[in-house]
Ligand binder design. Structure first.
Ligand SMILES: Cc1cc2nc3c(=O)[nH]c(=O)nc-3n(C[C@H](O)[C@H](O)[C@H](O)COP(=O)(O)O)c2cc1C
Length: 365
C-alpha cells in the first residue's frame, strides 16, 4: 500500500512503530523495520554513547530505513543530531517541536524530519519551519498526551497543513489504518501495540498487566511529572495521586538521583532539561523536579519489571489488545485486514459489499 509516508521514508507499509522510552530499543526497532514498518528508536533515556551504539546495533540487524526519537529541548540535542547524521539515520522524530535551525540542519544532511504534535497550531508551526511530515497524537495515545481525541484532531490537522500527516493514538489494527486514511492521513503510528509484541523487550510480568487491562484501567494523571500522562491505573499511581506535594517531591529527588547515576547526566544538565520542560508551561518548581523523575519510573517497569513501583505508560488501546504477536505477524495482520476492509466498503456504483449479504443489510438499513 503506497502512500505519501511510504514514499517519503522508503518503507513498505504505511505503519510506524513509535519511539518509546526504555521500550523502543534496537531489537524492537529492527524487528519493526524488517517487517516493513518504520521503526523509531527512543533516545531520550540513552546517553549519547548508548545512542551511537544502539543505532549501530539496529544497522547490524536490518538494512531497512529507521528513525530516532529525541527530545528537541534536551541540552545535548545538537550532539544527538550529529550522531544521527554521521550514522546515516533516515528519520528524525521529535517528542516536542524542534527549532527551525534544528530542522534546517537535519534536512540539509538529508534526514527526513517528522515531529510528533498534539495540537493543530504545533503542526502548523513545524510545517512552516520545514518539517517533512508530522505524527499527530490524539488524547487516546499513551505517554504524554493531549485532550483532543484522534477522531477530532486528525482531520483538523490534515486540513491545516500540506505535508503528510501520520495518525497516532488509539490504533492497533487494519480498520484503524483505513479509518485514518479516510481522514486524510498517510499512515498510522502505534506505540502500545508494538510494546505488546514478542519482539519487545518489556518484561513478561509487565506485558501481562497490559494484557489484563480493560479500557477503564487506563487513566491520565498529572501526579507523575505535572503533565497529563496516560498510563495504566495502578495502586502505585493512585498512591502518587494521594501523596501530597511534599511526599511526591521527596520521592522525586530520590529517583532523579538514581536516573542521574545511570544516565550519566549532570545535575546541571538535568535542571536545564527540567527548565526547558517548564518553558511555556505553567509548571511549579516542584513539578520541574518531578519531571526528572519520570524516566526512572518508566524504567522500573519497562526494564526492571517492577509492576508495583513503576509507571506503565499506555494508550487506551491497551484495553482491547489481547495477544503478543511478533512484529512480522502484527504488520502482516494489520495490512491484510486493511485490504479486506477496503474491499468491503460500500461502493459508489451501488454494488452491495460482501458483508451486506451475510449481515442482511448495510449501515443505512
Ligand atoms: C511506554 C511508552 C513510552 C513512550 N515514550 C515516548 C518517548 O520517549 N517519546 C515520544 O515522543 N513518545 C513517547 N510515547 C508516545 C508514543 O510514541 C506514541 O505517540 C503513543 O504511544 C501513540 O499512542 P498509542 O499508544 O495509542 O499507540 C510513549 C508511549 C508509551 C506507551
Amino acid at each position: 500500500m503506497e502512500t505519501a509516508l511510504t514514499r517519503l521514508v522508503g518503507v513498505r507499509h504505511p505503519l510506524v512503530q513509535t519511539g518509546m522510552g526504555w521500550v523502543a530499543g534496537p531489537r524492537l526497532v529492527s524487528a519493526a523495520a524488517n517487517a516493513g514498518a518504520l521503526g523509531i528508536l527512543a533516545s531520550a533515556t540513552m546517553t549519547t554513547d548508548q545512542l551511537r551504539d544502539a543505532v549501530r546495533e539496529v544497522k547490524s540487524r536490518t538494512d531497512k530505513p529507521f528513525g530516532v526519537n529525541l527530545r528537541a529541548d534536551a541540552g545535548d540535542a545538537g550532539d544527538r543530531v550529529r550522531i544521527m547524521i554521521d550514522e546515516g539515520v533516515r528519520v528524525a522524530s521529535f517528542a516536542l517541536a524542534p527549532s527551525r535551525e534544528l530542522i534546517a540542519g537535519l534536512k540539509e544532511a538529508g534526514v527526513v524530519v517528522v515531529p510528533s504534535v498534539g495540537a493543530r497550531r504545533h503542526a502548523e508551526k513545524v510545517a512552516a519551519w520545514g518539517a517533512d511530515a508530522v505524527i499527530v497524537q490524539g488524547g487516546e495515545g499513551g505517554g504524554h498526551t493531549g485532550e483532543v481525541a484522534t477522531s477530532v484532531l486528525l482531520p483538523q490537522v490534515v486540513d491545516a497543513v500540506d505535508i503528510p500527516v501520520v495518525a497516532a493514538g488509539g490504533f492497533h489494527d487494519g480498520r484503524g489504518l483505513v479509518a485514518a486514511l479516510a481522514y486524510g492521513a498517510a499512515g498510522i503510528a502505534m506505540g502500545t501495540r508494538f510494546l505488546l509484541t514478542s519482539d519487545s523487550t518489556v518484561p513478561d510480568a509487565v506485558k501481562a498487566r497490559y494484557l489484563a487491562a480493560t479500557v477503564k484501567d487506563v487513566t491520565v494523571t498529572t501526579a507523575v511529572d505535572g503533565l497529563p500522562h496516560r498510563m495504566l491505573r495502578t495502586e502505585f499511581v493512585e498512591g502518587l495521586e494521594r501523596a501530597g506535594r511534599t511526599g511526591a517531591l521527596v520521592r522525586a529527588v530520590r529517583r532523579a538521583a538514581g536516573f542521574r547515576r545511570i544516565s550519566g547526566l549532570s545535575w546541571s544538565r538535568m535542571v536545564r532539561d527540567g527548565l526547558a520542560m517548564r518553558h511555556g508551561r505553567d509548571l511549579s518548581w516542584s513539578q520541574v523536579l518531578l519531571a526528572a523523575n519520570t524516566p526512572m519510573l518508566l524504567k522500573a517497569s519497562m526494564v526492571d519489571g517492577r509492576t508495583d513501583l513503576g509507571v506503565m505508560a499506555a494508550g487506551q488501546v491497551a484495553g482491547v489488545i489481547e495477544d503478543l504477536p511478533s512484529c512480522a505477524e502484527l504488520v502482516g495482520r494489520v495490512m491484510a485486514q486493511a485490504h479486506e476492509v477496503l474491499d468491503t466498503l460500500p461502493r459508489r456504483d451501488g454494488a452491495r459489499p460482501p458483508w451486506a449479504e451475510t449481515c442482511g443489510g448495510g449501515p443505512g438499513d
